[in-house]
Design a protein around this ligand. Structure first.
Ligand code: MF3
Ligand code: CO
Length: 255
């Protein structure tokens, strides 16, 4: 069963998503050469407190141990679920994905951005752009009457066109009063397949691409997902509302 949010729930989702978006935006601006991923996570944790929000990641149950930090910060060959660390210092040319999922008033906003640190090469800049484009191409398919596979296929088609690898074991998801709801939203699949989308569904769409092999492994810390070949990876995510008309990006930054 894919939850359909009521008007009242959507008010709360909107607020939760706006807060998650503002925190991610501020963290992205804080991410600079010389900053440790630990300090970046603490900066985010303090913002969550200021907003009266709570991390949806902190203590999230995992196979090896609960998730120990407030956001996921994944550097270069780390794809997702990177654990912030005092010994990981952002350097010129790095790309770092910051994944912020927060509870506010019982609802979760989930969003991720890959930030370019200092000046990155043209090739790397393009790679990040492909994932950003794929996110919006996927989101554009979040139309009532379409199916989940239409989102998946739009993302896969764009990745393939640009020679990117696609993570198989990690997928987008429904989001609401828990971080992970039905449906699963893979970044690959066939158009016109899967569950039908309806107004009131809220979906976390999140392309995760690699520059080389699609193969990944989980590091000894029990969480960090890394590419086997050590090549770069990129991750972008928005929480999207399916409406009667065009999709609404709930985690866009409000000016
Ligand atoms: N946005 C990530 C997801 O949807 C958040 C993971 S938090 C963690 O899976 F606790 F699982 F790391
Ligand atoms: Co997510």
């Amino acid at each position: 069963m894919i939850p359909i949010k009521t008007a009242n729930e959507l008010l709360k989702m909107r607020k939760a998503c706006a807060i998650a978006a503002e925190i991610l935006d501020k963290m992205s601006n804080f991410a600079k050469v010389g900053v440790s991923t630990y300090d970046l996570d603490c900066f985010g944790r303090d913002l969550m407190m200021e907003f009266g929000a709570r991390s949806a990641c902190f203590q999230y149950p995992g196979k090896a141990r609960p998730y120990p930090a407030y956001s996921c910060i994944s550097l270069n060959d780390e794809v997702v679920h990177g654990i912030p660390s005092k010994s990981v210092i952002l350097a010129d040319g790095d790309i770092v994905s910051i994944d912020v999922a927060t509870f506010y008033d019982g609802y979760v906003g989930d969003n991720t951005r890959t930030v370019r640190i200092g000046s990155v090469s043209k090739e790397v800049d393009n790679f990040v752009s492909v994932a950003e484009e794929a996110l919006f191409l996927g989101a554009a398919q979040a139309l009532a009457g379409n199916r989940v596979g239409d989102i998946s296929n739009a993302i896969e088609t764009h990745a393939k066109k640009h020679g990117c690898g696609i993570l198989r074991d990690f997928v987008g998801h429904g989001v609401g009063n828990s971080m992970h709801e039905e449906p699963q939203i893979p970044n690959y699949g066939s158009a016109h397949t899967g569950p039908i989308l309806k107004p009131g569904m809220t979906l976390a769409i999140e392309p995760m691409f690699t520059m080389g092999s699609e193969k990944v492994f989980i590091a000894d810390d029990g969480w960090t997902v890394k590419t086997v070949d050590g090549k770069l990876s990129v991750h972008c995510e928005h929480t999207i509302l399916v409406t009667d008309g065009l999709p609404e990006v709930l985690t866009s930054v409000k000016k």
